[in-house]
Design a protein around this ligand. Structure first.
Ligand code: G3P
Ligand code: CA
Length: 269
């Protein structure tokens, strides 16, 4: 179903265009930008020597040819790994793997991703998710804000205009970000709705709700409640056409998807 643009949610590329290219690599983010995604989603973790890298899992085992926890490896060790070959080439991915372009499937630092966005020549927003921030007692948020500051992105004049937002399942992590940078929008991710938030409230300082598509499917009225309470709603991870339709119907503000090109097409963009 193709929608007229009566309501066009923002399309956010989850881990880059991760259906077509290996997640969290430069290849996946370049593809998402080419596809026309409005924003990029990425998970960040701290390496043993304090760099923020874009990796989802605690360990590198699934998405690289190496083994071990990101937090136990230094950036140079991660840079020696291949984060692309795990993706099944028989699926004829919609990206060209050029072995000479090692950078495309190396570990990606958040700094490099910010440079890619800055060089893209158009507005591309960034939704950064802090992974397991509680283990690091504020270091993830501190490094993140420090890096954003270097790019002039930590203190937007108005939250509505910020090209960057910080997401987390941890209210404590979002609280740290909000305390240090009150205008930087934060997104509270939810896998289930805790009883104290059922009325549409969010943790203090949080502007945006990030429910899973499973919550939205089973409790569509919850989206209305959140919107009535004045919150934006960003839903993850929306890959099925009928879920895109549901999100549009409910007026969600952002669709986070592994298939940005397909979703943009469905939205008539
Ligand atoms: O965008 C939010 C979503 O990415 C949260 O789940 O496990 O994919 O990081 P996960
Ligand atoms: Ca994520």
């Amino acid at each position: 179903m193709t929608h007229a643009r009566q309501h066009s949610p923002q399309v956010v590329a989850h881990r880059g265009a991760s259906e077509d290219a290996p997640e969290h690599t430069l290849a996946a983010y370049r593809k998402a930008i080419e596809d026309g995604a409005d924003a990029l989603e990425c998970d960040v973790r701290l390496t043993a020597d304090g760099h923020l890298v874009c990796v989802h899992d605690r360990r590198v085992n699934r998405t690289s040819n190496g083994r071990g926890a990101v937090s136990a490896l230094e950036l140079a060790e991660l840079a020696a790994l291949d984060f692309g070959s795990w993706k099944n080439r028989d699926e004829e991915p919609d990206w060209e793997h050029r072995p000479e372009d090692r950078e495309a499937t190396s570990v990606l630092t958040l700094e490099h991703l910010l440079e890619l966005i800055a060089d893209s020549g158009r507005r591309v927003e960034l939704a950064v998710e802090t992974k397991h921030p509680t283990r690091w007692a504020g270091q993830v948020e501190e490094r993140l804000l420090h890096l954003l500051k270097r790019f002039g992105l930590d203190s937007p004049a108005a939250a509505e205009e910020s090209p960057v937002r910080v997401m987390s399942f941890s209210a404590r992590s979002l609280h740290r970000v909000h305390a240090a940078s009150p205008m930087l929008p934060t997104v509270y991710l939810m896998q289930f709705v805790s009883p104290r938030l059922r009325d549409g409230r969010l943790p203090a300082g949080v502007r945006i709700a990030g429910p899973s598509i499973r919550i939205v499917r089973s409790h569509p009225a919850y989206v209305e409640r959140l919107k009535r309470a004045g919150h934006q709603v960003h839903v993850w991870t929306v890959n099925e056409p009928e879920d895109v339709d549901l999100c549009v119907e409910l007026g969600v503000d952002a669709i986070i998807t592994n298939r940005p090109r397909a979703v943009l097409r469905q939205l008539g963009r």
